[in-house]
Design a protein around this ligand. Structure first.
Ligand SMILES: *Cc1c(COP(=O)(O)O)cnc(C)c1O
Length: 409
């Protein structure tokens, strides 16, 4: 058995490459010749199976320690296929802070389709157990699945996969983990008791902001068969060229993630000390190693968020960044910055946003592989401009009094 970094580079050859090419071939053929009418060819039609896709599917299954892997045209296509393995009437317990597109898919599509979606704080094991157990006396059966993300977005709370999966298993519910922010390099949820792992491979796995893709890995063959049905019948499969782009991205996952984490740590330390920054959310901050280890994570990833102090307009920081690009998404080689309340989370009503802690002052950074010093300099000059604008806005007021009265505390 090879080790993780070797598996990233080599995957599991599908056995179709007779030329000696060091990269797996990209097969664009949609159909495959039968040897005779009675023959059962390994591949017959590309929606049902394609060698380029199979390479990627076997590789992600290997990396996540599962049995079956599936590649989809986007993360949301993967999530749609996964939820479709349930039946109308089934209850699904969902972490209360999940990706906006997933939230909308659950509440605006799957609830119409007949799934009963229940949001719960997955850090509160008592509330979670209560929700999963249901209430037989009143005709509420146990949930069929628990769905959550390991690192919440954009506040970066760390969910405890092992603890959550233990509760789910007790009631026969499947544990479904969106591992997008974490990747199998930092944690393999199936090893901690989960049943299904999902990735928006658009992010860290592909890693270059140039392909939309989704991946699913199942622990069991049986759940894998249900997922294969959904993949083959909805047909939201990943095209061969995109499969190859994700494969190439995966080869450098560990190298990119190492640099992204080192950069994120430096940026987080810088932000902690900056007078215009009120709070920093990053599980890689000093003193949090034990929590990460306990929850089975090898690292904190490359996304962090921070709040500017009251009175400073976060847009003045974001609009003046040059190395960071002002954009949604994450996990790529380039650093991105965004304002959740206006960009990634604007669909959430303001009250809901504030309830989960996504304030109007919160900025999210997705750290890339550049030089940390350039990222820090970029933030520094943007903070300087934001501070000047703050002074201009308060030209008539006694800024010194505000400063010493604790606005900048
Ligand atoms: C981006 C993202 C998705 C959706 O994936 P797409 O590839 O954009 O469809 C799902 N979950 C998380 C955590 C994401 O960041």
């Amino acid at each position: 058995m090879t080790r993780f970094n070797t598996q990233l580079v080599h995957g599991l050859p599908v056995g179709d490459n007779n030329t000696g090419a060091v990269n797996p071939p990209i097969y664009n053929s949609t159909t495959y010749a039968f040897e005779g009418v009675g023959a059962m060819p390994r591949y017959d039609y590309a929606r049902s199976g394609n060698p380029t896709r199979e390479f990627l599917e076997r590789q992600i299954a290997q990396l996540e320690h599962g049995t079956r892997g599936f590649a989809f045209a986007s993360g949301l296509a993967a999530i749609h296929a996964t939820l479709s393995i349930f039946e109308p009437g089934d209850r699904i317990v969902v972490g209360k802070n999940i990706y906006g597109g997933t939230y909308s898919l659950f509440h605006e599509y799957f609830s119409r389709w007949g799934l009963k979606i229940e949001s719960v704080d997955t850090h509160d094991f008592q509330a979670l157990e209560h929700a999963v157990a249901g209430d037989r006396e009143h005709g509420v059966s146990p949930a069929k699945a628990v769905y959550f993300e390991v690192l919440t977005n954009p506040l970066l709370d760390v969910n405890d996969v092992r603890g959550i999966a233990n509760i789910a298993r007790r009631y026969g519910a499947l544990t479904i983990v969106d591992n997008t922010f974490v990747t199998p390099y930092l944690q393999r949820p199936l090893d901690l008791g989960a049943d299904i792992v999902i990735h928006s491979a658009t992010k860290y796995l592909a890693g270059h902001s140039d392909v939309n893709a989704g991946l699913v890995v199942t622990l069991s063959e049986e759940v894998g068969n249900r997922l294969y049905f959904a993949q083959n019948r909805f047909g939201g499969v990943l095209a061969p060229l995109e499969c190859d782009a994700v494969r190439r991205g995966i080869q450098t996952l560990a190298l990119r993630m190492d640099r992204q984490q080192a950069n994120a740590k430096s940026v987080a330390q810088y932000l902690l000390a900056h007078p215009l920054v009120k709070t920093v959310n990053y599980p890689g901050l000093p003193g949090r190693d034990a929590e990460l280890r306990e929850k089975g994570l090898k690292g904190a990833g490359g996304v962090l968020s921070f709040e500017v102090v009251p009175g400073v307009d976060p847009a003045d920081v974001l609009d003046n960044l040059h190395v960071f690009r002002l954009a949604v998404s994450l996990g790529a080689v380039e650093s991105l910055a965004e304002l959740p309340c206006r960009m990634t989370h604007f669909e959430l009503p303001r009250e809901e946003r504030l309830k989960v802690g996504i304030t109007d002052e919160l900025v999210r950074l997705a750290i890339g592989i550049e030089d940390a010093a350039d990222l820090i300099e970029d933030l520094g000059q943007a903070f300087d401009i934001a501070y000047e604008k703050y002074i201009e806005r308060h030209a008539g007021a006694d800024v010194f009094a505000e400063l010493t009265s604790g606005v900048f505390a």
